[in-house]
Design a protein around this ligand. Structure first.
Ligand code: IYR
Length: 221
């Protein structure tokens, strides 16, 4: 295989003052994001979701394989099935699978096995990672750095949803293979994360938490 083709980058260099302003403003915008568990049933505009998915799909990935699939669910009957399957796993998690330490760590969040938001929120986005892809001839093609790639795309999606004025929750019932069956996804795809998307209720509450200061999350060498 030969390299290329290549095209000019068209990088826009910004004045330093504008860089500082934009970096600070972006931080302020992102730090306003919270994981929301209290949702209104108000429908979300699908064209907004579509643009957020395109933003997610612009993420970098190993060898540009884009090893992700986003299944967008708004059908109440499908949401109901997902809720029932997720709650079954969560009941096993909260009563048997989770360690004492894990349950203690979750206690301040007030979570339990009941997941009404899976039915009430207008939109669920099930994110799947593809360990390999099949072409039209059924030939297998490997993907690389799949978890990293899908994690980055998911981060882009969460930021895009927040930027668009939507709330979301990263929900991870474990195991969540049931999503393949309910959503008809093929066996090369593994559920990565279930994003709950919508508007918070007017009286939505969130736990009081803090983010680590820069000195705890970064070193400058
Ligand atoms: N998946 C469970 C438990 C849970 C785990 C973590 I780590 C959280 O940050 C929150 C919840 C649930 O959704 O309740």
């Amino acid at each position: 295989m030969t390299a290329g083709p290549f095209a000019p980058l068209n990088f826009q260099r910004l004045p330093e003052a504008e860089m500082q302003e934009r970096a600070a403003a972006f931080h302020q915008q992102l730090r306003g994001r919270r994981s929301v568990r209290d949702y209104s049933d108000r429908a979300v505009p699908m064209d907004v979701i579509e643009n957020c998915l395109l933003a997610a799909g612009s993420a970098p990935s190993g060898a540009n394989k884009q090893p992700w699939h986003f299944a967008v669910v708004t059908d109440p009957a499908v949401k109901q099935r997902i809720r029932a399957a997720a709650e079954e796993e969560e009941r096993a998690f909260y009563t048997q699978r989770a360690s004492e330490e894990w349950l203690n760590d979750l206690a301040p969040l007030g979570t339990d096995a009941n997941k009404p938001f899976l039915e009430i929120a207008p939109c669920l986005i099930a994110i799947f990672s593809q360990s390999y892809q099949l072409d039209n001839e059924g030939q297998k093609h490997l993907n690389y750095y799949v978890t990293e790639s899908v994690g980055i795309a998911t981060g882009f999606l969460i930021a895009a949803l927040h930027n668009a004025g939507l709330a979301c929750l990263t929900h991870t019932p474990s195991p969540m293979r049931f999503l393949n069956e309910i959503l008809g996804r093929p066996s090369n795809e593994r559920p990565f994360l279930l994003l709950v998307v919508g508007y918070p209720t007017d009286d939505a509450q969130v736990p009081v938490i803090a983010k680590k200061p820069l000195s705890d999350i970064a070193t400058f060498i």
